[in-house]
Every structure is written in structure tokens, then in C-alpha cells.
Design a protein around this ligand. Structure first.
Ligand code: AHR
Length: 514
């Protein structure tokens, strides 16, 4: 081929890749927009389906390679993820859980019925000690979810004493006999879960009274400070938050919010986790972006009673919930995880970061094999999902200062839906590093961006990575675990206080400047 012919083909090829005009983003380095708490990147692991058994726990005698009974591959993947906190044992399961069933010699523990999730037996081999050892091994803080629906304040206060008191009582003697001499430090305690539904079908008034009873009898022992989280509402049901804040706001550190993205909006037919159309993709993301409205709505109600914003809004269950995978037990909530889900996570983090004055704790549902999981397992195989990689990209923002961005995003339109194509978070770490995460949701159009900083003198790119694939449906399989995995990104340059980025269609990037 003659050189001119080649150039002509190249020019035509470049012209056919749709690229929008330049988007200019003003990043304000002078005004701090608050601290992005690392705890918004928390996880949730419930006794549900294959989440705990055998997703995390296989037991010491298993043929699956394990460390003290925990799957070694899963442990290693979760260690890398630097999970800040992990919520356990539920969910709905928590309000049917008796912590005493999960302590002592494993062969003496009762086999109980997991009524909520598939009505399957639970041998309780993963109990309190196993959970707390797991959090030690992955270096996460535990978040215990307490049974309010079918239990008593005394059961909670006994659990607190068993775990956190450093003196001699019958309960602490039992803890020591069970292998733990020193008390644990346990900060996060959720008092009830979805108490308006699976956690007891209570009215807000009744739950507020119950909450106060439980909170009264759970005490700070031996220097351990309890951070008490009340069971909050879902979506835009603000009346529950109003009653709780009015009646019990002074006795809580946080109130929760649950929001699941259902692709079709119909709980009866939620839509598939893979094999969806572009129209379904954009509608799903549009639905997930509603998290912003719900946070604003609940915060406004909280402001009435707590203008100082002392009480945190803890989004301790969120993520995409699709139809279960064909051939799996419907009660096990197993779904695949695609590039779409990575974007759902990254754009949700952007929302949490922007609302850092209220949102300081959040937990995606759920860590392993359930709903929007970080890792999936099949016998002795494990894969990291696209959502795992989104979480890993955002570790740069842990406890960093949010730098406000001003920009107008180009639109991304498909069918009758239009949403902003560009999303992102820019932060400054304590060591001065600048962290940029950007998502281009547009399934076919690349975007050029310029981020204008006040002063980037002395800074250069220390790392740049991208997560993208051929299709928003792309996902990893046990035969090919790297279909959606991070790669080096060379579409970024820095000069004159400006960071220029060529952001490919359907991509998420993380850039650090040092
Ligand atoms: O995460 C699955 C379930 O969703 C939880 O158990 C419950 O709290 C919510 O309804």
C-alpha cells in the first residue's frame, strides 16, 4: 500500500471513532470539600448462598487450598483490596441469628436453619471467632449486625461483654476458653437490619423505642467505644428517617440507608446480569445514579434534627441486584458481574465522595458469590470481577481530601434516556499525592478532558491505569479471568497545571500525580 493511501485509511478510521469536543474541568485545590472516609468502601458478607460457605470458609480439612480454614485465594484477593470494614452476619440473616450458636468447639455447635436464604442448614462453623479472625487476616475492621427482630437487649449486651470486656466474668471466661485471651476492639455495631421488613416488620415508632432499649444496655467497656448504627430505610422513604431522628437521633452515631439498583425496576423480573442491551445498560446506570437523590433526601430530613451533621448516613447495603444466574438456587442471589457493574460502583463512589459530610460509612452487597460481588468462586477456582477492580482503583482516595470539580459533562443518550457521560473524583492524599478517577459511561464515544489545577508545579504522573473492554457486557469467566482487568493507560499528559486525558468509550481510569 502507498503511504498516502495508508494515511487516508488511518484518517478515515480515526474519523469514525466518535470523540466529543473538549470538556474542561476546573479543579479547585484551595478549597477542601471534606475528607473521603475510607469506610465508604466497606463490604458486606452475609450467611447467604455461597457467600460465607464455601466463598470464604471451607474448613481446615478441605481440599481447597486454605489458611486456617479460609480459602487462600479469596483471602489474598481481599487482602489486596484493603477492605476498610466488613459487615456480618446479615442482612436479614442477622435478625434470626443467635451469636451463642457460633462459639465454642465447632463439632459441638448446633446446626440451625437459614430460613431467609434458601432454607438450608448452617452448621455455624463460621461464627464470631472465625469472623473476627477473618477481619484480622484481611486487615479490615469488623462491623457486627445485631439481632433485634427475634432477640433481646440482654443478648446484645452479653455479646458486647463477651467480646470487649477485659475483666473476669463468666462470659469473658468463656471467651478465653474458646481461645481468645484479650478482648477485641469492635467499633461498628448495627442495631437491627431492615427493621421495617425482614428485621421484624416494625413501625418506626416501635423500632425507635426498641433501638433505645438496645442502645441503653450496650455499654462501652474497657475503653472500647461503640459506634451505634440504627436500622434505616430504603430508597426515598423519608418518614422512617424522620421518626428515628426525632425519637432516637441523640442515641446513635449513624442511621443506615439501603438502595439496590434493579435494572428493570421490577423486583419480579429484575433483568439479567449479562447479555443486556445498551438500552438496559443506560437505564440501569440511570437508576443507580438515583443514589444521589436519596442521599440528598435523607440528609435534608436529618438536617432538621441534626444541623451539625453529627449523625452519619451509613449506606450499609447497596449495589446491583439482577435475576439469579440460570441453574443456581434462586435464594442464593448469584449473578455475574460485568464492566457495567464496575461503572455502577465507580459512579456510586463519586456520589458518596461528594456527600462526605453525611456519608462516612457504606457497604456494598456482597463480598463473595452474592449480588455485586468482588470475587466469584467455583470449586477451587476464583475470579476477580470488574467491580473488584473498580474498588481497587478507588483505594487511592482513602481518607484523602476531596478537591471540588466544576464542569459540565457531555450527554450520553440512548433510546429515550440521557445521562451525564463523565463522572469522577479528584482528591489529595495526606502525602500531597493527587488522585484522579474518571469514568466515561458512553458506550461508544470517547471524550477528551482537560483538568485545570491551580498549581501542579513539581508534579508528574506516577501511575495511570484503565479498566475497559470491548463491550459493557464484558465479564471474567473461570476459563478467562482477565477479560476485564486493569491495563496501563497512556492517554494522559501533564503540562502547565493541566492534566489532559483522552478517555476512551466505556472506561474507568485512575491517575496519580506525585
Ligand atoms: O443483601 C441481601 C438482602 O437485601 C439483605 O439480607 C437484606 O438486608 C436486604 O433486603
Amino acid at each position: 500500500m502507498k503511504r498516502t493511501g495508508f494515511l487516508a485509511i488511518l484518517v478515515i478510521a480515526l474519523l469514525t471513532i466518535p470523540v466529543s469536543s473538549q470538556t474542561v474541568i476546573k479543579v479547585n485545590q484551595e478549597d477542601s470539600a471534606g475528607i473521603i472516609s475510607k469506610h465508604i468502601f466497606g463490604q458486606f458478607s452475609e450467611h447467604l448462598g455461597r457467600g460465607i460457605y464455601p466463598g470464604i470458609w471451607v474448613g481446615e480439612d478441605s481440599e481447597i487450598p486454605n489458611t486456617e480454614g479460609y480459602r487462600t485465594d479469596v483471602l489474598e484477593a481481599l487482602q489486596e483490596l484493603q477492605i476498610p470494614n466488613i459487615r456480618w452476619p446479615g442482612g436479614c440473616y442477622a435478625d434470626d441469628y443467635n451469636w451463642r450458636d457460633g462459639i465454642g468447639p465447632r463439632d459441638k455447635r448446633p446446626v440451625t436453619l437459614n430460613v431467609f436464604w434458601g432454607q438450608v442448614p448452617d452448621d455455624n462453623s463460621f461464627g464470631t471467632h472465625e469472623f473476627l479472625r477473618f477481619t484480622d487476616l484481611i486487615n479490615a475492621e469488623p462491623y457486627l449486625s445485631v439481632n433485634v427482630g427475634s432477640s433481646t437487649p440482654k443478648e446484645m449486651s452479653d455479646w458486647v461483654e463477651y467480646l470487649t470486656y477485659d475483666g473476669e466474668t463468666s462470659l469473658t471466661k468463656m471467651r478465653k476458653e474458646n481461645g481468645r485471651e484479650e478482648p477485641w476492639e469492635i467499633k461498628f455495631w448495627g442495631i437491627g437490619n431492615e427493621s421495617w421488613g425482614c428485621g421484624g416488620n416494625m413501625t418506626p415508632e416501635f423500632y425507635a423505642d426498641k433501638y433505645k432499649q438496645f442502645a441503653t444496655y450496650s455499654r462501652n467497656l474497657s475503653g472500647n467505644q461503640l459506634y451505634k448504627i440504627a436500622s434505616g430505610m430504603y430508597n426515598d422513604v423519608y418518614s422512617w428517617t424522620d421518626t428515628l431522628m426525632r425519637k432516637a437521633g441523640n442515641m446513635m452515631e449513624a442511621i443506615s440507608l439501603h438502595y439496590y439498583t434493579i435494572p428493570t425496576g421490577d423486583w419480579g423480573a429484575k433483568g439479567p446480569s449479562i447479555g443486556f442491551s445498551e438500552e438496559e445498560y443506560i437505564k440501569t446506570i440511570q437508576a443507580s445514579l438515583r443514589m444521589d437523590d436519596f442521599i440528598v433526601g435523607h440528609s435534608e430530613v436529618m438536617d432538621k434534627y441534626d444541623p451539625e451533621k453529627r449523625v452519619v448516613l451509613a449506606v450499609d447495603e447497596w449495589g446491583i441486584w439482577t435475576d439469579p444466574l440460570e441453574g443456581t438456587n434462586g435464594g442464593f442471589l448469584e449473578q455475574q458481574n460485568s464492566l457495567r457493574d464496575a461503572f455502577l460502583a465507580s459512579t456510586t463512589f463519586d456520589i458518596f465522595a461528594r456527600h462526605n459530610e453525611r456519608v462516612k460509612l457504606a457497604n456494598i452487597a456482597q463480598t463473595v458469590n452474592v449480588l455485586q460481588a468482588m470475587v466469584l468462586t467455583s470449586e477451587d477456582k476464583m475470579l476477580k470481577t470488574p467491580t473488584y477492580h473498580a474498588f481497587e482503583f478507588y483505594t487511592v482516595h482513602y481518607d484523602a481530601e476531596l478537591l471540588p470539580m466544576e464542569f459540565e459533562s457531555p450527554d450520553y443518550t440512548n433510546s429515550d434516556v440521557t445521562i451525564p457521560a463523565l463522572h469522577g473524583t479528584v482528591s489529595k492524599s495526606k502525602n500531597g499525592q493527587i488522585n484522579i478517577t474518571l469514568t466515561n459511561l458512553d458506550a461508544s464515544k470517547a471524550h477528551r478532558l482537560t483538568l485545570n489545577f491551580d498549581d501542579l508545579s513539581g508534579k508528574s504522573i506516577s501511575s495511570a491505569r484503565i479498566l475497559t473492554a470491548d463491550n459493557v457486557n464484558a465479564h471474567n469467566t473461570f476459563d478467562n479471568t482477565d477479560i476485564v482487568s486493569p491495563a496501563g493507560f497512556n492517554g494522559v499528559s501533564v503540562s502547565n497545571n493541566e492534566v489532559s486525558v483522552n478517555l476512551p468509550a466505556k472506561s474507568l481510569v485512575v491517575i496519580t500525580l506525585n
